[in-house]
Design a protein around this ligand. Structure first.
Ligand SMILES: C[S@@+](CC[C@H](N)C(=O)[O-])C[C@H]1O[C@@H](n2cnc3c(N)ncnc32)[C@H](O)[C@@H]1O
Length: 473
């Protein structure tokens, strides 16, 4: 049956009631340290999730800053109480216990209900939530619109849980296209969409393994553009690799902890799957603003950053998701569009050794002043504090000399006329923002790169402004 999908249709209020079963499998390393803190204080977040929107960002951002309080969760949910051990810990090698944790967290923290089969991947909520938090940062900071605008995303390989579209729609006015190739996953995903009354906002598509990952070819997709693509690709390159990984972790093979081969294995593993996405992106270019993927291997991230650079893609973002003491995942995004993500979204890997993987910096500190020094005289010579767009390197001496020459040749009359459309710049080469932050101890002035493809232009402008501000000190 062919369905027609239009992004932006209205959301209905979720109907409710918790449902049972689930767990993850491509998340090796059961986070043994992810044990419940035994605080006797009720956790304020347990008063329930707020309504979606930017005003709820703070609640969602800090949900998993500390480990979930298993004692508190057990009080809230008898199904969870039944799987917590007498010592208050959870046995992460027990698929039933980990599945219940996922169900309980989704219900308690997001008001979501979920049903999962025992032989498919069960997603760990904090890790999947981290991806959504990062996407929010990426999309919010690569638009001149205020944060929180409605967006249409594509989740490639949504799984039985349909977890990304569920989490995304719960937090923002987003709509999703969600695809999968596995009938059982599709059946459960459909059920989970329905359980949460999200049929008008999540459009599920059955795909063949040989179909394009981005389903613009599908007759139901009427939109010409998608704001973002997200993907948690099959991780392993062979069933053997998957089985030996499950054995090393003392996990039952083909359970919700390990997933099924159809969802966890593809020829060439995640590197080859993301390679497919990259090739499709090179053809589709601006039809998607951000192409993103999660990665389970650091070596894949290194190889893919290299491939992006070889393809001439200068606008990309990397980050890492850390859960507990052992589990680490990475995410990579790339864009053909000129809007540059904020530093925290684009360069989310802190260790110095990963500096070589990072895209160019998008923030530069211009000046710091003691808090009692008035800032106004310092910034008076910058024409505008706020957002700016430059079509050329207008701050360089050479540009100013060139402009003076042109003006004297054109004569006064010409200068009084508006520029003709052909004289107007076709694109903005540098969009920037200057921020003045008055803290308790100091005032900082910083420059933020918002738009453009040329890091040298941004650096040069930063140097120019910095000199101007220091002249003024
Ligand atoms: C690692 S699982 C991720 C599931 C879910 N998104 C999550 O994060 O828990 C990969 C998913 O991709 C699906 N998949 C594999 N190849 C695909 C393809 N060519 N197109 C769409 N989905 C695919 C699998 O069936 C599986 O559900």
């Amino acid at each position: 049956m062919t369905e027609t999908f239009k992004p932006g249709s209205k959301r209905k209020a979720p109907d409710d009631e918790a449902d049972p079963d689930l767990q993850d499998l491509r998340d090796p390393d059961p986070p043994q340290s992810f044990g419940g803190s035994r605080s006797s204080q009720p956790d304020p977040r347990r008063s329930g999730p707020p309504d979606p929107g930017v005003s709820a960002d703070d609640y969602f951002r800090h949900l998993y800053d500390t480990e979930p309080d298993f004692a508190q969760l057990a009080k809230q949910d008898p199904d969870f109480k039944a799987v917590v051990q007498p010592n208050g810990q959870l046995d992460f090698t027990n698929p039933h216990a980990t599945m219940q944790l996922t169900k309980t967290l989704l219900q308690a923290d997001f008001g979501l209900k979920i049903d999962l089969p025992e032989d498919r991947l069960c997603p760990p909520v904090p890790n999947r939530h981290n991806y959504i938090l990062w996407l929010k940062d990426l999309m919010d900071t690569t638009s001149y619109n205020p944060p929180g605008r409605p967006l249409c995303g594509l989740d490639v390989g949504t799984g039985a849980s349909c977890i990304y579209p569920l989490l995304g729609t719960r937090q923002r006015p987003w709509t999703f296209v969600a695809t999968d190739i596995d009938d059982k996953n599709l059946a459960y995903a459909r059920r989970n969409i329905h359980l949460n009354n999200l049929s008008s906002r999540i459009h599920l598509l059955s795909r063949q393994p040989s179909d394009p990952l981005i389903p613009f070819d599908h007759p139901s997709i009427k939109t010409k553009t998608i704001d973002f693509v997200m993907m948690n690709p099959p991780f392993y390159s062979s069933p053997d690799e998957m089985l030996s990984s499950a054995q090393k972790k003392s996990r039952p093979p083909m359970s919700a902890c390990t997933g099924a081969p159809v969802e966890m294995v593809c020829s060439g593993g995640e590197l080859s799957h993301v390679g497919r996405l990259l090739r499709e992106s090179l053809a589709l270019r601006d039809r998607v603003q951000w192409y993103t993927t999660m990665l389970g291997k650091l070596s894949s991230l290194e190889a893919l950053v290299e491939q992006l650079r070889e393809a001439g893609i200068d606008n990309y973002a990397v980050t890492e998701f850390v859960q507990g003491s052992k589990t680490r995942r990475w995410a990579l995004g790339w864009s053909f569009a000129p809007m540059r993500p904020a530093e925290h979204a684009a360069r989310g890997m802190k260790a110095a050794i990963w500096k070589k993987l990072l895209p160019p910096a998008t923030t530069t500190d211009l000046l710091q002043l003691p808090v009692d020094t008035p800032v106004e005289p310092v910034i008076a010579r910058i024409n505008d504090i706020g957002l700016g767009l430059a079509s050329e390197n207008v701050w360089s001496r050479a540009w100013r000399r060139k402009k003076l020459r042109e003006q004297s040749q054109q004569g006064l009359d010409n200068n009084m006329q508006d520029p003709s459309p052909s004289q107007q710049p076709a694109e903005c080469r540098l969009g920037f923002e200057i921020r003045v932050v008055m803290g308790k101890a100091k005032t900082s002035v910083s420059l933020h790169w918002r738009e453009g493809h040329d890091p040298l232009l941004f650096e040069s402008f930063g140097g120019f402004l910095s000199r101007k501000l220091k002249e003024n000190k």
